[in-house]
Write a protein that binds this ligand. Structure first.
Ligand code: PLP
Length: 380
């Protein structure tokens, strides 16, 4: 068996879901996926594909129609004009991220990964024989990354940095000022940016600014986005990467051998989402926003300090006042009060002392979870 694969730990999130699956009456703030069913007209996009007999492979890069819609959407929504030929449709952002690393990295290259971060960044970099270099973001900065911390981590071997704003697990976004400073650091040091902007539509205070809105940055970055979160389409498995021609063509080469193409029915649904899905997407966003305010207020009232996240659907309260480790807190809370959350250290060492609470759950579920968390803390 492969030694590298044997050496990587299983995802810390999965361990908790396995425990939850064996229990009854659990209120879950654990999962990182929308609780909404995909809007009906988008589902119909897939049904229509089946009815018409569109059941074969598409071109490796993805349907031309879809890539054209993505190009239009990226230009209109993110002010990021991309040629449809420089867009690759993938099996979720998950595949796009893996391809980006494999296309960019040579053995022993360093890739800077700010933590806490999405669980796959570090293991997938490691599997590329690259060296993940972790830098921590801090609660006092509301988990925004500082350009100085990137500067400090850069060495001659640095090839790329991975950024994810709005962020999973913290819900942080980047201010324009910080973003400009980071962009300058990336450009001056001639490193690559892999920018996972999967939660960009779910930005609540103000609007999302993409790194890809800068022409200079577009030459040094791979922009990743998809349909799982804002359009509630996790099971359709459609994402995409956009970037300079050479990078996308290398990514396509790997994709054509390892994946062939993204699911055809999913691609048809994605076209429908881009053409007619905005209204329903905004409705879901509005609901998340209400839940965000409810959960953050509730957590602070209970005594778990929580900054107001500006994006995604996660609150990231501190549990330091309880004296428990993140894992202990989540395990005990699950066993005693049947509320599922995820320990912050599942997202990296700097997540210790925090828990991730997903508010992709109904208002009733959030209220019940808050009552139970309060009871748990009062009985400690
Ligand atoms: C930051 C981030 N990137 C990527 C993904 C995976 O997305 P997809 O369903 O498009 O593979 C997730 C899913 O939780 C995520 O939180």
């Amino acid at each position: 068996m492969n030694e590298k694969v044997k050496a990587i730990p299983p995802s810390g999130i999965r361990k908790f879901f396995d425990m939850v699956s064996e229990m009854k009456d659990v209120v879950s703030l654990g999962v990182g996926e929308p609780d909404f069913v995909t809007p009906w007209h988008i589902r119909e996009g897939s049904i229509y594909a089946l009815e018409k007999g569109h059941t074969s492979y598409t071109s490796n890069k993805g349907m031309k129609e879809l890539r054209e819609e993505i190009a239009k959407y990226a230009a209109e929504t993110f002010n990021a004009p991309y040629d449809p030929n420089n867009i690759l449709v993938t099996v979720g952002v998950s595949e796009a991220f893996d391809l980006a690393l494999r296309a960019l990295l040579n053995p022993n290259d360093e890739v800077i990964i700010p933590e806490p971060c999405y669980v796959s960044y570090k293991p997938l970099s490691y599997l590329c024989n690259a060296k993940p270099v972790v830098i921590g973001t801090k609660e006092e900065d509301e988990f925004e990354l500082r350009a100085e911390d990137i500067e400090e981590a850069i060495t001659r071997k640095t090839k790329a940095i991975v950024l994810n704003y709005p962020n999973n697990p913290t819900g942080a976004t980047l201010s324009k000022k910080r973003m400009n400073e980071i962009a300058n650091t990336i450009l001056q040091n001639k490193i690559w940016l892999i920018s996972d902007e999967i939660y960009s539509e779910l930005t609540y205070d103000g609007s999302h600014t993409s790194f890809a809105s800068s022409e200079e940055m577009r030459k040094r970055m791979i922009f990743l986005h998809g349909f799982s979160k804002a359009f509630a389409m996790t099971g359709f498995r459609i994402g995409y990467a956009a970037g300079p021609e050479e990078t996308i063509s290398l990514m396509t080469k790997i994709h054509q051998y390892s994946m062939l193409c993204a699911p055809t029915m999913g691609q048809m649904a994605a076209i429908e989402a881009l053409r007619k899905g905005k209204e329903e997407m905004l409705k879901m966003k509005e609901e998340y926003d209400q839940r965000r305010k409810l959960i953050v207020k509730g957590l602070n009232k209970i005594g778990l300090n929580c900054f107001m996240p500006k994006g995604a659907f996660y609150a990231f309260p501190s549990i330091k006042s309880t004296g428990l480790s993140s894992e202990m807190f989540c395990e005990e809370l699950l066993k005693k009060e049947k509320v599922a959350t995820v320990p912050g250290n599942a997202f990296g060492r700097s997540g210790e002392g925090f828990i991730r609470c997903s508010y992709a759950a109904s208002i009733d579920e959030i209220n019940t979870a808050l009552e139970r968390i309060e009871k748990f803390i009062n009985n400690m």
